[in-house]
Design a protein. Structure first.
Lengths: 325, 292, 339
């Protein structure tokens, strides 16, 4: 366990709501979301595509495009400061230096007309005021730490010349270069070949431990969560529906959605005829729903579920569920 | 297939009205077309608009009797400009019709049949497109002799390949769709498929392109007129009028200025409307306009 | 990469051939008798017939075309009906003046158009954006000959800031003549250290080149804006922001470097079509370039000149397009360095 004795979370989202203007109205991608991470711990954020987990992460670094997006309410507290109220100049100092992000798609996340070296050394010239030469040296060191062979040669190469896995390693090098306090990993392995997913995840976890960072690991894959996170937040349609430490979550899932997610995991060893599916689809973010958002797909929905939005309540220490059951 | 597009059109149209610049352009065009059609009634001195000179009044500055002044032959400039609108609009419509009448079917054929026919048609089109259009138009008129008809033909020739290319692209993407398959299964002939099924679905980019082009065609015609290679006197033509005013323009500046302004405002209006149409039709751009 | 270049060069040759066909056709469409036009109105019928034979006009069309191509290959573009001097000579003499105008204009267009486009994209949907877009559309809609005259009235007549036309004041030309080395007044003046003449030439260059630049400025600004908007939506821009890059650097370096491609293509096309634009500008500003040469030919029905200029201008246009495409291929590392 990497949790230190410090009981104040290092990053805390409080009642965050992020909205987008779309032709159909207002898409409430994130609604009244609150979660927190402690120093050195790994928080898993789990949910289907479109549940708002990525939008929440982008909101932390204020990377949401402001029209058409808008952070409608909430606070994001980092080391005591509310990031949402920070002047952009200070926010930029934090980006890449104290809070970093690894993105999902390595194929589109690099600028095609600049070399890897140029893009990687940027973090060092920006935040550590290093000269070009020094930045290059630091970059090479980081590439080595990310297990990239012949790092000097890679520095001079263009992104399209590297494979997805290699690019993701470079992305990790970029994110970790300045030894950030918090790393946000947004589906870091989803777009990669199955064969290297485990390698990359492994690398991230090792480096995280080595540098002692906190990490928000965003994924739709419960399997990854089981192996890497200490605590988990389950999101559905922009809201948090369950929060627990990883053991409690797997032993005693409280929310029907969580239960359904776990049922749909393929199990090694047990042969099943079909993979369980969750019936129905996620409601579109611009639809205003009274009551529980999961009610229409929930096998145990009651009348009350359709009328009243369930609030988060504790079912045991450190384990919260938003459900009427 | 066509119904879905109709819904999109309505949404697009409503967006057009929201953009003030596009509305401005539309208003100008309406004014223009009305002036052209109602010229004999709007122009204060219609016969002068048609060409009757009045040498006693030549080169008079703008006044109450002649709000835009008179030209070098004493004709009321306002009337001349109004009649010039007539000429410009008529000419532009004729050119657009010729260009579409020639370019669109070629594009349909090229896209639908593909293969060698496609290659042949497109190479030919590319060849013409390789030429700078105004230059080609000038060369054609210069060789065949200055007249309005020659000018119209000369402008049409460099222009039709744009439509062929446009339509061909559309046809290629539409060719594979379900409704074409069903039409074929029913036994429809190629030409029927092309014209009754595929063509209606290509219409929107054609219309947008046509609108944008109207402006350029008018500009082209005016340029030819300025060089004396288009409309011949005494017909009112804005380009010719700008040239007529050139001798005097340092002192009697109004002739060239107002005639040229007419060209400018007209082309600007078409461009604004064309831009507005293009934005309204493009789903990517549309929703960026909205605010939370 | 090499294959790409080769393909384009072959296409260039095909297009050239097509251009020759077109100009040849045009030259034979000409009303009237070219032989009579050549020899003058007072020739006797026998002389006209002789000339006709000399010019090969009595042979079948495809033979004439053959002669035409052969002449072109030898650089013989015919003789001006007016001066009876080789057209090629006339073109070469007048070309530098036009090129000087065009280079100045494209530089102005790039230096004005690109920043306007970038700023417009950066401040999308604000007042600044709307004004820039209006400016761009206006530039693209203006008849160049009209703009030229407006400039003359405003800046010469009313404000007296710039001369009405010409390349250099007669007085200055007499007192400080520029030694003709390259034919480009600016270059020649600088080489020979003739600062007085240089100043005068630059003064004369302003109005015509700004007028010529107008259309291109608008086009370049629009193209830059729309490409920038697309690029700014790409994931790698988010990545750059996430490591803390400043907004200015994002726009002017990270995004622009990707957006510059289509802009430069547009600029190339603009440059090429400026050659046609010179017709009007040179006419109104009394600039002694290719445009003036051609316009005079048009007014005098000097067909050999008209045809030759058309062919060469079209060739120029095609060649510039090709260069732009090649430069683009070189600049994009994805094409340059294929796996």
């Amino acid at each position: 366990m990497d949790r230190t004795n410090n009981s104040e979370p290092i990053l805390k989202l409080e009642d965050l709501s992020t909205h987008f203007a779309v032709p159909e109205g207002i898409a409430r991608a994130v609604e009244h979301l609150s979660y927190h991470v402690f120093e050195g711990e790994t928080l898993g954020v789990v949910g289907e595509s479109g549940c708002g987990k990525s939008v929440a992460a982008l909101s932390i670094l204020r990377l949401i495009p402001i029209p058409p997006g808008r952070i409608a309410s909430g606070k994001i507290l980092f080391m005591g400061q509310n990031l949402l109220e920070l002047p952009m100049k200070k926010m930029r100092k934090i980006r890449g230096d104290q809070i970093s992000m690894v993105f999902q798609d390595p194929m589109t996340s690099f600028n095609p007309v600049f070399t890897i070296g140029y893009q990687l050394s940027k973090v060092f010239t920006l935040h550590q005021k290093l000269s070009r030469k020094e930045a290059v040296k630091r970059s090479v060191d980081m590439l080595e730490a990310c297990e990239i062979p012949s790092p000097e040669r890679i520095m001079k190469v263009y992104p399209h010349q590297l494979s997805g896995g290699m690019r993701q390693r470079v992305m990790i090098a970029m994110a970790l270069g300045c030894n950030p306090t918090v790393l946000i990993a947004d589906e870091p392995t989803t777009a990669l070949d199955v064969t290297i997913q485990a390698e990359i995840l492994d690398l991230i976890l090792r480096l995280k431990k080595k540098f002692g960072m906190a990490m928000i690991l965003i994924t739709h894959d419960l399997g990854i969560i089981a192996n890497s996170a200490q605590r988990v937040v389950v999101m559905y349609a922009g809201e948090k529906v369950e929060e627990a430490d990883v053991l409690s979550l797997f032993e005693k899932p409280g929310h029907p959605y969580t239960i359904a997610l776990m049922k749909s995991l393929p199990h090694l060893g047990k042969t099943k005829k079909f993979l369980n599916e969750i019936e129905g689809v996620v409601p579109p973010p611009f639809r205003v729903i009274q009551g529980c958002k999961f009610a229409e797909r929930c096998p145990e929905a009651m009348e009350r579920c359709r009328k009243e939005r369930p609030r988060l309540r504790s079912i045991e220490k450190g384990h919260m569920v938003a459900c009427h059951l | 297939m066509v119904k879905k597009k109709h819904r999109e059109y309505f949404r697009g149209l409503s967006l057009i009205v929201k953009n003030p610049l596009t509305v401005f352009g539309l208003v100008i065009i309406v004014v223009l077309v009305l002036s052209a059609m109602l010229a004999p009634f709007i122009a204060p001195y219609p016969e002068q608009g048609r060409g009757l000179s009045n040498l006693q009044e030549r080169l008079k500055a703008p006044s109450i009797r002649h709000p835009l002044g008179t030209d070098n032959l004493g004709r009321d400039l306002m009337s001349r400009i109004v009649y010039g609108a007539r000429v410009s609009i008529k000419a532009a419509i004729i050119v657009v019709l010729i260009v579409m009448g020639f370019g669109v079917p070629l594009g349909l054929i090229a896209g639908y049949f593909g293969g060698k026919i496609d290659e042949l048609i497109m190479r030919f089109a590319d060849m013409i497109l390789a030429f700078p259009s105004l230059l080609l138009a000038i060369a054609i008129v210069a060789s065949t002799g200055p007249s309005l008809l020659n000018a119209l033909i000369a402008i049409s020739i460099p222009w039709w390949p744009w439509y062929t290319r446009l339509v061909r692209g559309q046809v290629i993407s539409l060719k594979e769709m379900q409704f074409v398959e069903s039409a074929k299964a029913v036994g429809a002939s190629s030409s029927r498929i092309m014209f009754r099924h595929i063509l209606p679905n290509c219409l929107s980019p054609i219309i947008v392109q046509g609108t944008l082009d109207m402006g350029y065609i008018i500009l082209c015609l005016a340029s030819l007129g300025f060089l004396g290679l288009g409309t011949q006197p005494p017909t009112a033509d804005w380009g010719v009028m700008v040239n007529d005013g050139r001798e005097f323009f340092l002192t009697q500046w109004w002739i060239s200025t107002f005639s040229g302004a007419a060209i400018f405002i007209t082309v600007l209006a078409f461009n604004l409307v064309g831009d507005g149409l293009r934005e309204a039709m493009d789903p990517k751009i549309r929703w960026r306009f909205q605010r939370t | 990469m090499l294959r790409y270049i080769l393909k384009r060069l072959i296409w260039l040759l095909v297009v050239l051939f097509g251009l020759c066909v077109i100009t040849f056709t045009l030259s034979r469409v000409v009303p009237g008798d070219p032989a009579a036009a050549y020899i003058g109105p007072r020739a006797r019928p026998e002389q006209v017939e002789l000339v006709r034979q000399q010019l090969g006009l009595d042979r079948p069309l495809y033979v004439q075309f053959g002669f035409y191509l052969r002449d072109l290959a030898h650089g013989n573009f015919g003789e001006s009906l007016r001066t009876h001097r080789p057209v090629l000579r006339g073109i070469v003499d007048h070309l530098p003046a036009s090129l000087e105008l065009m280079f100045s204009a494209i530089i102005i267009a790039l230096f004005l158009g690109i920043p306007i486009g970038v700023v417009s994209a950066r401040r999308e949907n604000t007042v600044v954006d709307h004004l820039s877009r209006l400016f761009s559309v206006a530039n693209v809609s203006m008849p160049s000959f009209w703009l030229a005259m407006i400039f003359q009235i405003v800046f010469f007549r009313w404000l007296g800031l710039f001369p009405i036309g010409g390349r250099i004041d007669t007085v200055t030309a007499l007192l400080h003549p520029i030694e003709k080395i390259t034919g480009f007044s600016i270059v020649d003046a600088v080489i020979s250290g003739n600062w007085v003449a240089l100043r005068n030439v630059l003064l004369h260059l302003v109005l015509p080149s700004v007028t010529l630049a107008a259309y291109s400025t608008g086009l370049i600004a629009r193209m830059t804006r729309s490409t920038m908007l697309e690029v700014l939506r790409e994931d790698y821009i988010t990545t750059a922001r996430s490591i803390g890059v400043s907004e200015s650097e994002i726009h002017f370096i990270h995004a622009l470097r990707n957006a510059i491609g289509p802009t430069l293509t547009t600029a190339g096309l603009c440059f090429a079509s400026m050659l046609t634009g010179t017709f009007f500008i040179e006419l109104i500003f009394f600039w002694p370039g290719l445009g003036t040469y051609t316009i005079n030919a048009i007014f005098l029905n000097d067909y050999p000149v008209i045809m030759a200029v058309t062919l060469l201008m079209a060739l120029f246009y095609v060649a510039v397009n090709l260069c732009v495409d090649l430069l683009l291929a070189i600049a994009d590392p994805r094409i340059r360095i294929s796996k």
